[in-house]
Design a protein around this ligand. Sequence first.
Ligand code: DAH
Length: 330
Amino acid sequence: MNEIKQAINDCENLKDLEQFRLSLFGKKGLFAKEFVKMKSLPNEKKRDFAQKLNADKEFFLNLLNDKKMILESIAIEEEMRDESVDVTLFNSTPTSGALHPVMATMDKIIEYFLSMNFSIQEGPLVEDDFHNFEALNLPKYHPARDMQDTFYFKDSMLLRTHTSPVQIRTMLESEPPIRIISPGAVFRRDYDLTHTPMFHQIEGLVVDKDGVVSFANLKYILEDFLKYMFGDVKVRFRPSFFPFTEPSAEVDISCIFCKGEGCRVCSQTGWLEILGSGVVDPNVFKAVGYEGVSGYAFGLGIERVAMLLHKIPDLRSLFEGDLRLLEQFR
Ligand code: DAH
């Protein structure tokens, strides 16, 4: 009796207790064997034996039950302790990422033009000579091709040097009126402080029936856009040349660093060159089979804008994947 009591007491967990219970009351347990013994007793002893055995049985069942309740509450306590959260522990929340400054700048530019009712068109990065040069009034052997040397594949295919070929694709696929921007990567054989072999541009093209859009519309929207982008700056249109526009203009803003006084960034000129633009050249319309239309176009480098907005001295640093640079834009 005492041994059994002690054994129940010594059980350290519910599993041991259950095992011990089976050793007492299982089919082959101690009590089953005792009841078997009863059969071989003389009849007059059977009654007392059975009464004693039943009393013992009840006693141990109660003991097992009590022990079970104690072990269960210990188990719950242990579980709660194991699963509890220590709110004083060091917080190592992973740091969040951020948009790359070039993409953030691109988004900001896109947002402006969407608000002005432009839609977005995209084109392939691997272009053919026709869309990238020929149809944009840059015939083979035209000296202006030299300014946009790129990476060539077989069969006159190349990595596009600008987003202007999307103008051609859009005009070939649809009818005026056209009012699109086209953001994306472009490629040139260039590598220095302000040039990388891959960079991004946004192209703009507006075409409508002859006389509906003019240089005045171009001037208005670009001035408005540059003020949205850079705040209170002066905007200047400077005559220039692009084969796909006539007349052409480069657009400058007053230097955002020296406010036009002259500094290192603006090479003492007081002006920063931001984009190229112009009235679409008739030869471009001829190449896509358009007649009786007029339009304007513009193109700007996104990295250049990002560099100015964030005072980034070396363009190449944007593409080295150095987290120390990128973390500054979180
Ligand atoms: N494609 C020109 C470049 O990459 C930029 C440009 C200038 C685009 C004038 C135009 C434009 O649409 O009208 O340098």
